[in-house]
Design a protein around this ligand. Structure first.
Ligand SMILES: [Zn+2]
Length: 843
């Protein structure tokens, strides 16, 4: 059981210290809030699927009004989806969103947990979701969360009874929560977990319903609410000077990469939760009838007797007055047998003791990172800003031999500084998100250490333990070692102190397309993690590819400095794909990681180590035409991707386009969601259609049905009705409806094989109806649905061609799917075979 204690106390430590690594400095009012929370022994668990699903109003209400420990369990880290503030996608987006959730929880007072499930993209039905997630593993993680957190009440964001009405991840989160509610207390279920935790039965489970479930506010007003609890989440907290919904809006606004920055709300606001299992509370209080006092714990009454008095007589002007009582309560609490409450409440109480005495403890490094085997100096700062009787006995850095025994009385407002040095043990793990250390499946991350599962982030590399004697009692206080520095334009800053490799490498372009057998020069960047590194770089490659030279020697003087080396890479004559992987040899060690840093103002800086690699694809692709005009929409990489296969892509601003300007281009391509986001297109459709009429090719990629419909007469020169039809199974069979059409034949012959290896989905927002001028080229469907024929439709118009496609080229091209490239090249060449035939006839 010792292992479990360490695991739990580190978890709490992380939650109190992680936010931007900046130490919390509590006012008396905040300290009083923490004492009220200390005296409330009730826990709520909120369950949903993604970062941004959580109802921050309810989480803040449960924390600030009820004073309950409140945890948000998000099935995923939000790895799928778009990023509005930077270039991080997929697993890196998951890292960013994890930190945004922690930033949100820091404001609304909740804690954050996850399962191993991956946000793999949209799914229509929980059946599909649970197949890809590996239901057994994710259910195990929900049971694990319930057993560790021991919630009295669970609140689901989504309805488990309405599969198919929302994202499959959403319904799945509710289904798993309902099942786990029934399983967590059964010792025969996931019994291997019981070496670290104990079974647990929550008392109630609710569904956080909303008017949108009923279509309108008016319809919801008429609904019978006898099975629901009503909570006024607009309540005002005078001690904080904030309404609950103001706090909720600030928390929600942390989801910046999803564009959730928003205005605050004030005033009464009712939230309804519908009871699913357990007994109905008699009042509008989710904890009604549940003992949430110290008497719920054996031996807790003695602790409560002291702490309730502190709460009652709290001295806002001199909280240190309470130190003797708080220390007595701490001593009593150590006698409590119940490990769960003892651990949890000891951490809370220790933070209250620190804040009450104005005690400041910090362990910081002047450098941001170190490598295994290197020497590190940590600056220790301690100060007691009260007249309490406090002695600093010992300081140690966990996992090292670093140890000081100052045995010094900390006088009122007398700063004490120390230096402590140690060598980073050779076996210290690198600082990187733990869930990315092993390669996972499409649906779940691989995490081999059970104690890490569920944790929001990787534990700090090093923790300093300060042993203080307060009023004669030894109390250990843990603080993560941080990097503290200042910048003239930003003031004092904190970052996690990271352990990183001595050298890392990187190829900037993650997918390299070879459209011919020509050799390309590939740059590998090498970055030093410490001063004075030297060695050689090699490039591992598939057998049929050639790389020269075999290896390149390098040396770098300064830590943080980056140099480039260049290899010549030659593909085989025939189609082939694989990986090239830089390997750096220094002495007898080989380094093969890329370091990615994620650095934004609203989150602590993240260091992520990924395998250093790039995908290389030799595709036998033919193209006709050279110059492409591209009108950007919501943002995609298609222009860069087309350049990789030899097109010259010109980004065109529709504001500047006049009749005739486009005639010099072989095709005009409109980026994803352009008609949803580019105002000017409203006025430029006639110019674009004229270009087609005069012999041009216009390709429009997916747009959502909602916004453009109200603004545009039509998106095409003929009638087209966009719909919400999508095919989310990336392996769905594709039937070729028009095998003789030039799109399937020129210049590349397209076969079913070209639809192998697609990622995430086939496509989205397909037209459901179109006029007879259009030819549908392909047909596909998700399991259990009807065939959808609108993924790629083409019509001649005047001398030219108009194409509308909802196929997800914006996802397929960046990852080097060769069939998608060939099909795109054919779209750009549509009608060109006709011209050729005509000119042949003439010649
Ligand atoms: Zn969601």
């Amino acid at each position: 059981m010792k292992h479990f204690w360490v695991f739990l106390s580190l978890t709490i430590l992380l939650l109190t210290n992680s936010f931007a690594q900046k130490p919390d400095k509590l006012t008396s009012a905040e300290l009083f809030h923490d004492i009220q929370k200390l005296n409330f022994l009730g826990t709520a668990l909120y369950v949903a699927a993604h970062p941004d699903d959580e109802n921050t109003s309810l989480i803040s209400y449960l924390d600030n009004h009820e004073k309950a420990r409140t945890v948000y369990l998000s099935m995923t880290r939000g790895d799928g989806g778009q990023n509005l503030i930077g270039s991080e996608l997929a697993e890196l987006l998951g890292v960013l969103r994890t930190q945004e959730l922690l930033a949100a929880r820091h404001l609304d007072g909740g804690e954050q947990r996850f399962t191993r499930a991956i946000d793999f993209g949209f799914s229509k039905h929980p059946k599909e979701t649970l197949k890809i997630w590996d239901k057994d593993k994710v259910l195990a993680d929900v049971v694990w969360a319930i057993r560790n957190i021991k919630p009295d009440v669970i609140i689901n964001r989504f309805d488990h009874r309405t599969p198919g009405s929302t994202h499959g991840h959403h319904t799945s989160s509710a289904i798993l929560s309902m099942e786990a509610f029934d399983l967590a207390n059964d010792p025969d279920v996931y019994s291997e977990q019981l070496q670290w935790t104990t079974p647990w039965q929550p008392k109630r489970i609710f569904y956080n319903t909303s008017w949108w479930q009923y279509g309108s506010q008016e319809a919801f007003e008429k609904v019978d609410k006898s099975g629901m609890v009503r909570l006024d989440v607009g309540t005002y907290y005078p001690e904080l000077g904030l309404s609950n919904n103001e706090i909720a809006a600030m928390a929600r606004s942390q989801h910046l990469c999803q564009g959730f920055g928003r205005l605050t709300d004030r005033g009464t606001d009712n939230e309804y939760i519908e009871l699913l299992k357990g007994d109905m509370p008699k009042e509008n209080d989710v904890f009604e009838g549940i003992n949430t006092t110290w008497s719920r714990v054996k031996g807790g009454e003695a602790v409560g007797n002291i702490l309730y008095k502190v709460e009652e007589n709290f001295d806002f002007q001199n909280p240190s007055k309470h130190i003797p009582e708080l220390v007595k309560a701490y001593q009593q609490l150590q006698k409590v047998e119940d490990e769960h409450w003892r651990t949890l409440k000891s951490e809370e109480l220790k933070n209250i003791i620190l804040a009450s005495a104005g005690l400041y403890l910090e362990a910081s490094s002047a450098s941001a990172s170190a490598t295994p085997g290197s020497k590190v100096t940590i600056n220790i700062e301690t100060i007691n800003r009260s007249s309490s009787n406090i002695t600093l006995n010992e300081i140690e850095i966990v996992g090292t031999d670093a140890h000081l025994s100052p045995n010094k009385i900390l006088g009122n407002n007398q700063k004490e500084n120390f230096e402590i040095s140690f060598t980073v043990p050779e076996n210290t793990s690198y600082t990187s998100p733990y869930w990315l250390n092993e390669s996972g499946t499409l649906g779940t991350y691989t995490v081999n250490d059970q104690s890490l599962i569920g944790k929001p982030e990787t534990p700090s590399a090093f923790v300093a333990v300060f042993t203080l004697v307060i009023d004669g009692v030894d109390i250990p206080f843990e603080k993560s070692v941080v990097h503290r520095y200042s910048r003239p334009d930003r003031g004092e800053l904190y970052e996690p102190f990271a352990i990183l490799p001595e050298v890392t490498s990187k190829i900037d372009e993650k997918v390299l397309i070879f459209a011919s057998a020509d050799t390309k020069e590939i740059q590998v960047k090498v970055r030093a993690g410490k001063n004075g590194v030297s060695g050689t770089v090699e490039l591992d490659h598939p057998a049929e590819w050639t790389v020269s030279p075999q290896n390149i020697p390098f040396s770098i003087a300064q830590k943080g400095e980056e140099i480039s080396v260049t290899f010549k890479v030659t593909p085989p004559d025939t189609e082939s794909e694989g990986k090239i992987e830089p390997k750096i040899t220094m002495g007898n060690k080989v380094y093969d990681k890329e370091l990615v840093e994620i650095d934004y103002d609203h989150i602590p800086k993240q260091s992520v180590l990924l395998p250093s690699e790039a995908k290389v694809v030799r595709m036998d692709i033919k193209k006709s035409g050279e110059h492409i005009a591209y009108i950007m929409g919501a943002g995609d990489m298609v222009p860069e991707n087309l350049e990789q296969i030899g097109y010259q892509v010109h980004i065109v601003d529709p504001n500047d386009v006049q009749n005739g300007d486009l005639d010099k281009y072989d095709a005009v391509v409109v980026g994803i969601r352009a008609y949803n986001v580019v105002e000017a297109l409203k006025f430029k459709q006639p110019v674009l259609f004229d270009y087609v009429k005069n012999g041009g090719t216009m390709i429009v990629q997916y747009n959502t049905a909602g916004r453009w419909a109200s603004q545009f007469e039509n998106i095409a020169p003929y009638d087209v009705t966009l719909s919400r039809d999508r095919v989310t199974d990336e392996n769905a069979e594709v039937k070729i409806l028009a095998p003789n059409h030039s799109l399937m034949n020129f210049p590349n012959a397209i076969t079913k094989k070209d639809f192998d290896g697609w990622v995430q989905e086939r496509g989205l927002y397909f037209p459901s109806e179109w006029s007879s001028e259009f030819t549908p080229i392909l047909s596909m469907k998700d399991e259990g649905e009807t065939e959808k024929q609108g993924s790629l439709i083409v019509a001649p118009y005047g001398e030219g061609h108009y194409i509308y496609t909802g196929l997800s080229f914006f996802r397929e091209l960046p990852v080097g799917v060769s069939g998608a490239y060939k099909l795109f090249a054919n779209m750009l060449s549509v009608g060109k075979d006709q011209v050729k035939r005509d000119s042949n006839v003439k010649g």
